[in-house]
Design a protein around this ligand. Structure first.
Ligand SMILES: Nc1ncnc2c1ncn2[C@@H]1O[C@H](COP(=O)(O)OP(=O)(O)OP(=O)(O)O)[C@@H](O)[C@H]1O
Ligand SMILES: [Mg+2]
Length: 310
């Protein structure tokens, strides 16, 4: 049995079809990423999956339980980390975690122990008795995640869990996600951070304008767009990229910070040309990489053109 099964799910807001007849399955034990640009319908979908929003049509089964018929039973199986968080800022970090656990009927003593161990794990132990109001954004999000995982849910839903956080907090949260998954929790997360989907998810679904345009493993999605290869190069000083483009070996170029990225269908020829160019111009090459298609390239291709969505 699948952890999540969605059939023909649709949600309309006035004239806008935010989610348009989407269907997919998430296997037990999987980390599934739901990837899409702003306004694609990710939050609307996750709100329906977690019983916060009623669909106009379609079916949702959580571990075999129809969420519309048996909302409480389905909800007992899940931990949810919503886009805006669901913590109470006037309560302390520990009180928030304890309150979240009560809903699932965990005993007081067990909950107290568990809350302390989570606070420790999330680096919040010293601040556990401070009201969350006094926390930074990253600290609040840690409380959010800790509260959602206190009952050891079978399925964890996260809506952009690392958005706007620093690298340390992002890593902490990603590690928790991986740990939970290793213990058997199915993960459904939305993100527009492609790298996050790439490193965390076994499969990703890409949603654009309410429709699913692709579902596959990240590496396979990349391979669909194999032809886009590129060479990334940086010299000890910035050069005029059009000098390279003139060679006719690059179809497109892009300046990325202190580097140039040249798209090509012949990376071998282009790299040799770049080496000769550096010698002629007396330039030191600091770095040079041949890059295959990235998940970002696939994502942009899938979400830019309307043809894919229809
Ligand atoms: N309660 C609402 N009332 C009216 N329109 C809504 C409502 N909620 C969402 N929408 C619209 O539905 C569309 C999808 O929104 P949604 O929040 O699901 O996008 P998202 O993929 O989560 O985007 P983001 O990456 O910005 O969080 C948007 O056009 C949005 O304006
Ligand atoms: Mg959203």
């Amino acid at each position: 049995m699948n952890a999540i099964e969605v059939k023909n799910l649709t949600k309309q807001f006035g004239d806008l079809t935010a989610v348009n007849h989407i269907s997919f399955e998430v296997e037990k034990g999987e980390i599934f990423g739901f990837l899409g640009p702003n306004g694609a319908g990710k939050t609307t979908t996750i709100r329906m999956l977690t019983g916060l929003l009623t669909p106009d049509s379609g079916d949702i089964f959580i571990d075999g339980v129809d969420i519309r018929k048996n909302t409480i039973k389905a909800k007992m199986k899940m931990g949810v980390i919503p886009e805006m968080g669901n913590i109470y800022v006037d309560l302390t970090a520990k009180q928030n975690i304890i309150m979240a656990g009560r809903f699932y009927g965990i005993s007081k003593r067990e909950l107290d122990k568990k809350a302390d161990s989570l606070l420790e794990q999330f680096g919040l132990y010293e601040r556990k008795n401070d009201p969350v109001r006094t926390f930074s954004k990253g600290m609040k999000q840690r409380v959010n995640v800790a509260s959602a995982i206190v009952p050891d849910p079978e399925i964890l839903f996260l809506d952009e869990p690392t958005s706007g956080l620093d690298v340390q907090s992002q890593r902490l949260i990603r590690n928790i996600i991986k740990e939970m998954n290793q213990k058997g929790t199915t993960i459904f997360l939305t993100t527009h951070n492609i790298e996050e989907a790439n490193i965390l998810c076994e499969r990703v679904g890409i949603i654009n304008k309410g429709k699913i345009v692709a579902i596959d493993a990240p590496e396979r999605l990349k391979r669909t767009f194999d032809k886009t290869q590129s060479v990334e190069i940086s010299f000890h000083k910035m050069i005029d990229g059009s000098l390279i483009e003139k060679s006719g070996l690059a179809s497109r170029m892009e300046k990325l910070g202190d580097k140039w990225k040249f798209y090509t269908d012949n990376p071998d020829k282009l790299t040799k040309y770049l080496v000769r160019f550096a010698e002629d111009q007396d330039l030191t090459i600091i770095s040079m990489n041949i890059c295959g298609a990235s998940l970002e390239d696939a994502f942009v291709k899938l979400t830019e053109s309307k043809d894919y969505a229809d």
